[in-house]
Design a binder for this molecule. Structure first.
Ligand SMILES: [Fe+2]
Ligand SMILES: [Fe+2]
Length: 300
């Protein structure tokens, strides 16, 4: 049994609510504040969902750091890139503090988990290779973050999480706008800059689509998350909003994204054949963020 499962099993004994009553309560918009008000199922779903976000926050800092700072082309890029890295560590810390208020051992979460036990989105297992990839990271993944975290800030039934997401969403908005600014600078810059951005887009756009989840076949975890009112939107709704913003941003640029607006269907469409089986296999086979773990242990 892993570190998270072991602690979860112990803490479930403190959950006093009946599952069906709790689902009724949160669907009426009532909030949950303490572990006693939770059912074991709610706690389990909440913790898995919170770890996915906050492990992603801290691993994104590790992925962004070399590209955002050491490979930054200008001083303003380096300063704002450093600010992004600092923000991500702060976002992670907010989540681990709330988990520790629920009774989790933060030290064990940081120092005792195997690489495979980290729930971060797999796009952040490794560093990015250049500054254009950092621009795509904040322009694509942090944009997905503003939509997904914005949904939590607006709709989450767990009060402590919902409340601090206001600060996180504001900062993710800054990261997204930084991505937009660099999309414009590189995407209307020299031939070399355009080529570098196009290569980063080609590599990272499909990963962003995978990040947003399957639009039709939502997994069991997302169904439970929505049933417990931890977030409201479907993968499809989040993906449509993300595509709208990205297609509009790239429209005036010399760099292309594989997506367009289909007037007849009144929706945004991805012009890629997504190999979802390949995506799931890659996620399953990943060894986890092996190289980032030492860095995390240095900053935690
Ligand atoms: Fe973040
Ligand atoms: Fe961010």
């Amino acid at each position: 049994m892993g570190v998270v499962e072991r602690q979860l099993e112990e803490l479930k004994a403190e959950c006093k609510a009946d599952d069906e009553e709790l689902i009724g309560k949160v669907s009426r918009g009532e909030m949950i504040e303490t572990i006693e008000e939770m059912s074991p199922g709610y706690l389990h779903t909440l913790v898995e969902f919170m770890l996915t976000q906050h492990d992603t926050e801290i691993m994104s800092a590790c992925s962004y750091h070399p590209a955002a700072t050491q490979m930054a082309p200008t001083m303003d890029a380096k300063v704002s890139g450093s600010a992004v890295v600092q923000d991500e560590i702060g976002h992670a810390n907010l989540g681990y503090r709330v988990l520790s208020d629920l009774g989790f051992d933060k030290e064990a979460l940081m120092y005792e988990r195997d690489p495979k036990e980290w729930r971060n989105m797999r796009v952040f297992d490794e560093p990015f290779e250049n500054f254009a990839e950092f621009a795509c990271g904040v322009g694509f993944y942090d944009r997905a973050g503003t939509i997904q975290i914005g949904d939590i800030e607006e709709n989450c039934s767990f009060g402590p999480w919902k409340r601090y997401e206001r600060k996180v969403v504001a900062e993710e908005g800054f990261h997204k706008r930084l991505g937009d600014m660099w999309f414009k600078r590189l995407g209307s810059g020299t031939d070399r800059q355009q080529e570098t951005l196009q290569a980063a887009v080609d590599k990272m756009f499909p990963k962003a689509i995978a990040f947003l989840g399957h639009p039709e076949k939502e997994g069991k975890a997302i169904k439970r998350i929505r049933e417990y009112s931890l977030r409201k939107g479907s993968n499809r709704e989040h993906r449509q909003e993300w595509l709208r913003q990205v297609v509009e941003t790239f429209d005036p640029l010399e760099v292309d994204v594989p997506a367009h607006y289909d007037e007849d269907a009144d929706e945004y469409v991805v012009d890629l054949d997504m190999d979802w089986k390949g995506v799931y296999d890659e996620w399953k086979q990943s060894p986890g963020p092996v190289d980032h773990i030492q860095t995390v242990r240095g900053v935690a």
